[in-house]
Design a protein around this ligand. Structure first.
Ligand code: DI6
Ligand code: FE
Length: 397
């Protein structure tokens, strides 16, 4: 299939957006065979089916590299409480917060979890998302953590989307282990990780390093176990305070450190040295009415790649729009529309350790989003408007 007369945001050259005006993409099976300007289309490419896109924009299929999209129930009641004055941490410490979603998720059947997650996944797909990361972390016992990860794998079978899973057993201390976080790590988190990894359900290991979750020392034990299993790590760090999580993640050569509102320049320098990606989550920043902005300027200065994701979860970011995330990144964090689009393509892929997507180039997967816009800046500019024309997943439109 040959896609013709499109503007291409390739992210594969040094011009802004890697833009190729009036370009074409030749798709062969599930991958891209050739990308370039209309005047250079190889003769062979014109032999098959050809689709004239009439000046539309093609970007890499979007990558949502940080989600908790598998979960049961919702936290609208907690939203009301917070509007009444309670803070996110107060709600969590009073037994609400993550633990209330844990109760609902433990009670839900695998079918119910799948059904509710698919409604959210479909919202992402309708905006051109072709790769999504999904975390466990609302089971917090062996059986329910495995259940969540199985549901995550089933999503990739039921929908045309690629799924990378992260084991997030170290998300919160469940009520039955209240005050005994170390026992929880030893008796539940580490055994669940080993069983899930053995079953092929884990692509990476994540944790939440925070006062309401786990200490640097506890996360270190989780990372050591992940390393022994040969799994890459990443971390929720510096979201509500600075506990040194990012520097720990850097020490383990983590894929990414995520949130980062309270990260310092020193943390950023450690990320740069370790080649990590910064995953910024403006939805959570917005929904929790955070006022401390992640160190964007330091990340730029140190050359740390900035990815953006929904953090789709019922407590701190109940959102299913990467387009809105892009707008928020620009309005709230003062990122540029180019950085925003790179954050949900090129750098989102890097945050998942993927180099076969997130760019339009020969040899990459044919995962594309085709938009009814003229210029790529329009994607971050509009609020609550979805200009997706068509989506191509593994070469299929
Ligand atoms: N940070 C977050 O923003 C989510 N998890 C985390 O570690 C929130 C999870 C929740 O509130 O349910
Ligand atoms: Fe998260």
């Amino acid at each position: 299939m040959l896609l013709t007369h499109a503007n291409l945001a390739t992210f594969d050259s040094n011009v802004p957006y890697g833009l190729v005006p009036d370009g074409a993409i030749w798709i062969d099976g599930a991958s891209i065979r050739w990308v370039g300007g209309m005047e250079d289309v190889p003769e062979q490419a014109s032999a098959g089916e050809s689709v004239d896109l009439g000046g539309r924009l093609i970007t890499p299929g979007l990558v949502d590299c940080h989600t908790h999209i598998v979960h049961a129930g919702n936290r609208a009641r907690e939203f009301e409480l917070r509007l009444g004055g309670a803070t996110y941490e107060e709600v969590a410490r009073a037994g609400g917060g993550i633990n209330s979603t844990v109760t609902a998720t433990r009670e839900a059947s695998e079918e119910d979890l799948l059904r509710s997650a698919l409604t959210r996944v479909d919202a992402l797909i309708s905006e051109g998302v072709t790769t999504i990361e999904i975390k466990s972390g609302y089971g917090l016992n062996i059986e329910s953590e495995i259940k969540m990860l199985r549901v995550a794998r089933r999503i990739a079978r039921d929908r045309p989307i690629r799924v990378k899973t992260s084991f997030l057993g170290a998300h919160a201390v469940p009520v039955e282990y209240s005050g005994r976080p170390d026992a929880y790590i030893d008796e539940v988190c580490l055994p669940a990780m080993a069983i899930a990894a053995e079953a092929g359900l884990v692509d990476a290991v994540d944790g939440f390093c925070e006062g309401i979750a786990f200490s640097e020392e506890q996360i270190r034990r989780v990372f050591e176990a992940a390393k022994a299993l040969g799994l890459p790590v990443k971390l929720h760090a510096e979201q509500l305070s600075n506990l040194g999580g990012t520097r720990l993640a850097a020490e383990f050569g983590a894929l990414s450190s995520d949130h980062l509102e309270f990260a310092t320049e020193e943390d950023v320098a450690a990320m740069a040295r370790a080649g990590m990606v910064a995953v910024l989550l403006p939805g959570a920043f917005y929904f929790l009415r955070e006022t401390k902005i992640p160190p964007i300027e330091a990340l730029r200065n140190h050359g740390v790649a900035m990815a953006l994701a929904t953090d789709c979860n019922p407590g701190s970011s109940p959102m299913t729009s990467l387009l809105l995330v892009m707008n928020m990144a620009c309005t709230l964090f003062r990122m540029t529309p180019e950085e925003a689009l790179a954050g949900v393509t090129l750098h989102g892929a890097a945050a998942l350790g993927l180099n076969d997507c997130g760019k339009l180039r020969s040899g990459a997967r044919a995962d594309l989003a085709i938009w009814d816009v003229e210029h790529p800046a329009e994607l971050a500019y509009r609020i609550g408007f979805n200009p997706l024309h068509k989506r191509v997943f593994a070469g299929a439109m």
